[in-house]
Structure formats: C-alpha cells, structure tokens
Design a protein around this ligand. Sequence first.
Ligand code: IPD
Ligand code: CA
Length: 266
Amino acid sequence: MEWETLLKEAGERVQEVRDRLITSQEGVERVGEGAGGDTTMRIDKEAEEEILDVVRQKGDVRIVAEEAGESGPADARWTVIVDPIDGSSNFERQIPFYCTSIAVLEGKTLDDASHALVRNLVNGDTYYAEAAGYATKNGSQIRTSQVTELKEAMVGVDMSKSSLQLVASFNQLVASTRRQVHYGANALEACFLAEGKIDGFVDVRGKIRVMDMAAAYLIGKRAGAVFSDREGRPVRPSITVKERFSIFGAANKTLHEKMLEKLRGG
Ligand code: IPD
Ligand code: CA
C-alpha cells in the first residue's frame, strides 16, 4: 500500500482513539513511562499502538516512536518517526491544541523525509506532504506567509523550561517582532507556520525531539519555510528517540535572516 494511504489511515485511527477517550478520565490515566522519558498516558499508548499497527503493514521499516522507542532493523529501507500525541499536556487540560505526527524517512537525516502527516485531533485538519510534492491541508495546497518585516511577524517561540540565560537571549527577537505565541504542541505550531497562520517557529532550547518535528519539518519545507539550527546551520539531528536539538524556522529566507540576526543580538 502507498504511504499516503497508510499515514492517512493511521491518522483516522488516532482520531477514533481520541474521540473515544476525550469524554472520560481514562485517556489521561498514567500507564507507564515512554522511551522518550515522559510519562505515558492511556491516550499516548493507544494512539501509538494504532499507528504502529498500520505502518508495519508496509514492511522493511525501522520505527522511532515516542512511547515504544526504537525497533526494526537499522538498515531498513524506511524509518517511521512517530509522536502519537504532540501536546499531551493540552489534551490533559482540555486545551484544544494537540495533534498526531508521523514522518517517513528514506535515509538517515531529517532532509530524507519522504512522507509526512500531522493531524489536528481537535478538528481533524490533516496536513500532508511528500518530498517531491507540495504541502497540503485537507488536500489543498498550503504556503507560508509572505511576511518579511520583523514588526509584522507573529512568531511561535517555545521557551518552556528554559534557563534565565536562554530566556534573555530572546530579548531582541521578542522586542522586534509583532507578537510571540506558544500553543503547546510544536508539530501543530510548525504546521501553522506552513500554512501562513504564523510567520516563524523557534525552539532553540535544545530540547526538541525528532518525534516532535520530523513530519512538520517536511510539511513546512514543502510549503516554503526555511529551517536551520540556532546558529543558522542545517538541522542535522540523529534519528533516535534520545536525540535533542534546536530548530529555527521562518516563512521565507528574508525573514529567517532577520530573525536570526536578532537572536544573535543584532
Ligand atoms: C511537547 C510539545 C510542547 C513542547 C515540548 C514537547 P509532547 O510534546 O510539543 O509544545 O514544549 O517540548 O515535548 O510531550 O506533548 O509530545
Ligand atoms: Ca507526545
């Protein structure tokens, strides 16, 4: 079966899990600890089981998943990167902003992502991209914004659990941009960048994981976003559950350069 069909099927199945568990306390019940180090809630576990069940149908896959960790042969053709629920804390508090995120890589770097899906589990909006095509939401093409002026830019900035020093390093960026937001599910926030709702997405805490970002990275790129690490270099995390890295994204090259200059203190 084609990856597009499998990823969309996995997204549907996660939606069913979420719709069943949203109405009770069962979904937030603690059921263990995930390979990524966070507490696993029932919704995380059940959602991930559905995804793995679907993507394993393809065969020749290595899995890198937030809850179950890494499995499958290291030399498999495909690596599937799974965050069953991105924004678990929002789900727990019934804040309507969380998603599921699944990426397929044919190679060893984020730039080898070949297929990606992020599904907003609150309204079912489905973001999808392939390496050779354009990014879509619910089947229609999406593009990043054309904003190039800092004073117009609305930027997603994740500063959660940051040191005072790191927070201080954002001073120039915060002072020069129009507004800063953090919605609490980085994959979905980066898809907001992809569709032009926001103009930048910045998480330079060194805490982001490939499970959080792999799918949105491809969707963002295919929509026109420019990503780097905090120094402006290519984003090159190793594709493992434990890896932590930074990402600095903007709607276009001009805005990316201006934002990066502010992060450097310029
Ligand atoms: C979290 C969200 C959140 C970010 C955290 C992530 P999770 O993912 O993306 O926005 O601040 O660093 O861990 O734990 O809900 O999958
Ligand atoms: Ca998660």
